[in-house]
Write a protein that binds this ligand. Structure first.
Ligand code: FES
Length: 137
């Protein structure tokens, strides 16, 4: 009886292997990443808030291009989620500093920078690379 149970498990595992490893399912990133839930993918012109472990991120969809930044202004730490967006520039609501969401830098300066993360689309799913500053800029 135990043997029957064992055989059943093996059969189940084989079935699972066949169906859980389609070639596109696991992107081969060499850094930690976050797979964005479909309901958190912003529409064009929108943004979503993401909590990934102890990080708080904002994901923007600007004319079909996705950008991910830390939800923390480098000036005094205010949330950037509600900031005014103008093109690729986000304006912090606390004191009005403006940052390029693509590069993370303060507009017209490199004295301050928000953390940015590369966003990749694989098989129509979005992935945010967590340990790599974005290469958008
Ligand atoms: S906290 Fe963002 S501009 Fe001061």
């Amino acid at each position: 009886m135990n043997q029957d149970t064992h055989e059943n498990h093996e059969q189940t595992d084989l079935t699972r292997t066949q169906f859980e490893k389609p070639h596109f399912e696991a992107p081969d990133f060499d850094v930690p990443y976050f797979k964005v839930p479909l309901e958190k993918v912003p529409a064009i012109g929108e943004r979503t808030f993401l909590q990934v472990d102890d990080r708080f991120l904002v994901l923007f969809n600007i004319q079909g291009q996705f950008y991910a930044i830390d939800d923390r202004c480098p000036h005094q730490g205010a949330s950037l989620f509600g900031g005014k967006l103008d093109g690729c520039t986000i304006q912090c609501g606390a004191h009005g500093l403006r940052f390029d969401v693509a590069t993370g830098f303060l507009v017209n300066s490199k004295s301050m920078k928000i953390s940015t993360y590369a966003v990749h689309c694989v098989a129509q799913r979005l992935y945010i690379l967590l340990d790599q500053e974005s290469a958008h800029g």
